[in-house]
Every structure is written in structure tokens, then in C-alpha cells.
Design a protein around this ligand. Structure first.
Ligand SMILES: NC(=O)c1ccc[n+]([C@@H]2O[C@H](COP(=O)([O-])OP(=O)(O)OC[C@H]3O[C@@H](n4cnc5c(N)ncnc54)[C@H](OP(=O)(O)O)[C@@H]3O)[C@@H](O)[C@H]2O)c1
Length: 224
């Protein structure tokens, strides 16, 4: 039975990954930040663990509690900001540091603590990025903090692909589309079920030790 870990699975896209892999017969392990969310995940059929991706000690404890030989780890955890199309003066340094820690440092902490749990060769480490992190696609500016955090996460993904090459681990940065979640808002055009089933197809095509990919949920290759 294939085995996956979804990091940041309390709600939204992460929860949908859990539901779809369970429905497909996978052994699913998942993390959340609250015990009540872990209880819900367990009720749905997953194994659940407490972990905050900004806390490396928590990720070390998680690694100690997990089995090995995972086919897939999805690093989904991420946060948005209140700041939107605003001018440069809207950037709040304290919020910038908080968001960078979760969105940019989080994938690095999680990769370095959890990579040893992946099949090598053959495992895949997937990171929820965003088209907002694409420098090539940035045509209208704004969203300084969120854009910078996801651009930095993309660079981490590229570095991971190089660092994990000799272990035969594939790495991919995923843009889920603009999805109906707490972060994306109720008016977003893409349903979580469609986003996640599309990203699962993309993940299926990641090959061990391949160069880093940056793909949207429909499989389109994106500009870094
Ligand atoms: N929705 C969109 O349109 C969209 C577009 C592009 C990219 N994305 C990316 O897709 C991912 C999932 O987004 P979503 O729409 O599902 O967002 P969401 O509904 O706001 O859910 C975010 C998830 O991340 C978890 N999380 C936040 N900070 C964390 C931390 N420090 N440690 C562990 N978990 C943490 C949250 O847990 P708690 O419940 O404990 O807060 C929650 O499970 C994010 O990385 C996001 O940036 C989303």
C-alpha cells in the first residue's frame, strides 16, 4: 500500500489531499497544529501528529514518531497576509518575518527533518508554492510579503532537487490554482477537489532524481 504524509492538513487543500489519498487506498499520515484537528484526521482514517512547520524541534519529534518508506511527502502548510495590492509602505516587518518563517523556512525545516522518511530512490517531496511566487509571471506587483515568501520557497525547491538528486528523490513546486479555501476565499474559481486531483496527477509524473518542476494543478509548466 503506498504511503504519504501531508504536512499541514487541518483544513483546505491539505485536508482534501488526506481525503483523496485515503479514498484511493493509501496509508495516510497527516499533521496539524491543534489536537482537535488531529482527532478529526484520525476519525477520517489517517494517522495524525501535532507539528508546527516553524518549529524545528516539533519536526524532529514528528520524524521520531513516523514510520519510514514514504512514497510521498506533501508540504502543504502555508499562510497568507492581509497585505494585498498595497504600496511598499504596507509591508509590515513583523508580519514579513512571520510569513517568511512559515512559507520559506518551513519547507526547508520540513525537508531536512523528514527527507530520511522517504523511499530513496523513488520518493517525492512536493511543496505547495503559488503562481504569486513566480518572478517571471509577476505582471501587476503588490502582495510583497506573500510573493517573496513563495519565490523563496521555489528557490528552496530548486536547491532540494539538486541536493536530493543522488538519493533519487523527486521534488516539485505546485501551484494549486485559486482555490475555494479560507485562504483563497469563497469566490475562488477552483474547488479543492479539482485542485487536489489535478495536483495528484502532476505528482504521479514526478520522476526520481529529476530536476525541480514548477507546475500548476492542470500540469502546466510555470516560469520560476
Ligand atoms: N487557496 C489558494 O488559492 C492558494 C493559491 C496558491 C497557493 N496556495 C497554497 O496552498 C497551501 C494550502 O492553502 P489553503 O488554501 O488550503 O490554505 P488554508 O485553508 O488557509 O490552510 C492552510 C493550512 O496550513 C496550515 N498551517 C499554517 N501555518 C502553519 C504552520 N506554521 N505549521 C503547520 N501548519 C500550518 C494551517 O493549519 P491551521 O489550521 O493550524 O492554521 C492549514 O492547515 C498554502 O501553502 C498556500 O500558500 C493556496
Amino acid at each position: 500500500m503506498p504511503k504519504c504524509l501531508i504536512v499541514g492538513a487541518s483544513r483546505g487543500i491539505g485536508r482534501e489531499f488526506v481525503a483523496q489519498y485515503l479514498a484511493d487506498g493509501w496509508e495516510v499520515h497527516a499533521t496539524a497544529r491543534k489536537e482537535s484537528d488531529c482527532a478529526e484526521l484520525r476519525d477520517s482514517g489517517a494517522s495524525a501528529y501535532l507539528a508546527d512547520v516553524a518549529d524545528e524541534d516539533a519536526l524532529s519529534r514528528l520524524a521520531g514518531d513516523l514510520p519510514g518508506d514514504f512514497d510521498l511527502i506533501v508540504h502543504n502548510a502555508g499562510v497568507g497576509t492581509q497585505e494585498r495590492e498595497g504600496p511598499i509602505d504596507d509591508v509590515d516587518p513583523a508580519d514579513w518575518e512571520r510569513v517568511m518563517r512559515i512559507n520559506a523556512l518551513g519547507p526547508i525545516l520540513s525537508a531536512r527533518r523528514l527527507k530520511g522518511k522517504l523511499k530513496a530512490p523513488g520518493g517525492t517531496f512536493a511543496v505547495l508554492s503559488s503562481l504569486m511566487g513566480s518572478i517571471g509571471d509577476n505582471g501587476f506587483g503588490g502582495y510583497w510579503t506573500y510573493r517573496m515568501s513563495k519565490a523563496a520557497a521555489n528557490m528552496a525547491v530548486k536547491n532540494m532537487a539538486i541536493a536530493f538528486l543522488e538519493d533519487g528523490i523527486g521534488v516539485v513546486a505546485l501551484h494549486p490554482g485559486h482555490v475555494q479555501t479560507d485562504m483563497g476565499g469563497s469566490g475562488a474559481p477552483v474547488k479543492p477537489a479539482d485542485s487536489v486531483s489535478g495536483m495528484r496527477s502532476v505528482i504521479r509524473d514526478v520522476r526520481p532524481g529529476q530536476d525541480a518542476l514548477f507546475r500548476d494543478y492542470q500540469g502546466k509548466s510555470l516560469s520560476w
